[in-house]
Design a binder for this molecule. Structure first.
Ligand SMILES: [Zn+2]
Length: 489
């Protein structure tokens, strides 16, 4: 393929005739113009800091079970501006920190438009807490010392994230880029219906999305330089009080072992109601990561679809309305709640009202859509997005060309589908307390999000012609069990 990587218009210059052009056109137009760069940086905390994700922890972290990384992949088509993907071993990097990273990158001379930059949090629950994310997780304020350590780590992380993005941009060189989809099955729906609600346990009849989209970047000589995967599953095999990137980190380590010199990056799909099983023991995280890496390696070793440009990037900010909020007396009453998290949450919003401030009535939410020519549609959604969204977008747009990431660009809270909202439970409402949001969402946010995404998706991905008798993916997804109808209330 080397001959196709040096110019966007090799045929005209070399005078190839039309027959050869037709034979070569697909690979040539897809591959002639890519440049790619990768970089990786260790972001393991060097001082004790509280880890995020589990409210049951009571002290700063007790060591390093496995180091944490931030990794960047910069892709440039022809003479376009670059697009950058940044993956971070963290429970959730907030939009404010992402904006700081972009500002630093601009200071370094790279002008990356907001809509051409995606930041994917892995959602590991064994990485440092960051300012502003899950502020009420522990049900009480951190000590001054602990809060200072969280701020200090956050500032260091911004510096390192900016550095790794700049390094990837500077490292760009001619490349071939292709993608494909594999399958891995360790994620299971975690909302098991019980007579009193939902318990956090495997629900073998709940919807899942076991698709494993894989992006492969190779040098013109065929050496694999980067592997980006995405999987719809919580990164919560482990709950230790030591740093660990969980299955996503093991997937990266195994892929980098299999492809020496490559940088492996992991994004998370719509896995907010999906957990890895089995879980809780260190070998389980290795098992899941290595099974993902094996599935990705299988895709990489088979024929993949060339990625083409131009890369059209767009984003849109919408407002997701909250349900009716309590009045002052309502907040007052809740401050006496026996559940310390509910009481802390109520004290916060009562304080706002008593200072004459108004609790927010809606959450700002930015959806991002990338179209790689006509070859691939990528939808990036902030927050803990439940599986229904990924399955829906792959039904509504061309299922063979659609890739959906969640936990991207911000992690403000869970994003329930209408089905999950109506069913209720942790992902629908309960988790809003820990995220410091004033109430659950109002009914109807799924349609608000779906309309915003559809408005950004180019027509070419919508115009899938369905022949009579063609079987479309089921509501529960390509790889879901056949009996995966929605659990009842
Ligand atoms: Zn989560």
């Amino acid at each position: 393929m080397a001959v196709f990587c040096t110019s966007s218009r090799p045929f005209h210059r070399h005078g190839l005739h039309l027959g050869m052009l037709l034979l070569l056109t697909s690979a040539a137009t897809a591959q002639a113009d890519w440049k790619a760069g990768t970089a990786s940086v260790d972001i393991t905390p060097e001082k004790p800091v509280r880890l995020s994700g589990y409210g049951s922890r009571t002290s700063p972290h007790e060591g390093v079970a496995m180091p944490l990384y931030a990794k960047a992949l910069a892709l440039t088509w022809a003479d376009e501006a670059p697009t950058v993907m940044l993956t971070v071993d963290n429970c959730g990097v907030p939009a404010e920190m992402r904006a700081q990273v972009l500002a630093r990158v601009k200071q370094a001379g790279w002008s990356i438009a907001d809509e051409r930059f995606s930041l994917h949090s892995s959602h590991t629950h064994c990485a440092p807490m960051l300012p502003g994310v899950l502020p009420f997780l522990f049900g009480q304020d951190l000590s001054q010392e602990e809060a200072a350590a969280v701020r200090e780590y956050g500032a260091l992380l911004v510096t390192k994230m900016a550095e790794v993005v700049i390094s990837a941009l500077n490292a760009q060189a001619p490349a071939e880029v292709a993608w494909g989809v594999g399958k891995v099955s360790f994620a299971l729906n975690r909302r098991l219906p019980t007579p009193t609600g939902f318990s956090n346990a495997p629900n073998f009849n709940g919807p899942v999305d076991h698709a494993l989209p894989v992006l492969r970047v190779r040098s013109p000589d065929g050496t694999v330089r980067a592997v980006l995967t995405s999987y719809a599953c919580h990164c919560t095999t482990l709950s230790i009080n030591k740093t660990h990137p969980d299955w996503a980190g093991w997937a990266q380590k195994e892929l980098e072992f299999r492809f020496p010199g490559a940088v492996a990056l992991t994004a998370i799909g719509c896995g907010a109601d999906q957990n890895p099983y089995p879980r809780r023991e260190l070998p389980h995280a290795k098992l899941h990561g290595c099974s993902l890496a094996a599935a990705a390696a299988k895709v990489i070793g088979s024929e993949m679809k060339p990625l083409s440009g131009p890369v059209t990037c767009s984003s849109r900010e919408i407002m997701l309305p909250y349900d009716t909020l309590p009045d002052e007396a309502g907040w007052q009453a809740r401050t006496q709640d026996k559940h310390k998290w509910t009481a802390m949450h109520a004290r916060h919003f009562l304080g706002m009202i008593q200072r004459g401030e108004k609790p927010p009535s809606a959450l700002p939410y930015s959806v991002q859509v990338w179209a790689f020519g006509e070859s691939l549609l990528v939808i990036n959604l902030p927050g803990e997005v439940v599986v229904d969204y990924g399955l829906r977008f792959k039904r509504e747009f061309d299922p063979a060309r659609t890739w959906v990431n969640a936990y991207t660009n911000d992690v403000p809270c869970y994003i329930p589908s209408q089905r999950v909202w109506e069913e209720g439970g942790y992902e629908a409402a309960g988790a809003m307390i820990y995220y410091g949001r004033p109430a659950r969402f109002a009914t109807g946010i799924e349609e608000i999000i779906a309309r915003a995404v559809a408005a950004l998706v180019p027509q070419t991905f919508k115009a899938t012609k369905v022949e009579p008798g063609t079987r479309m993916p089921s509501k529960s997804g390509l790889f879901a069990p056949q009996n995966s109808s929605a659990p009842v209330e």
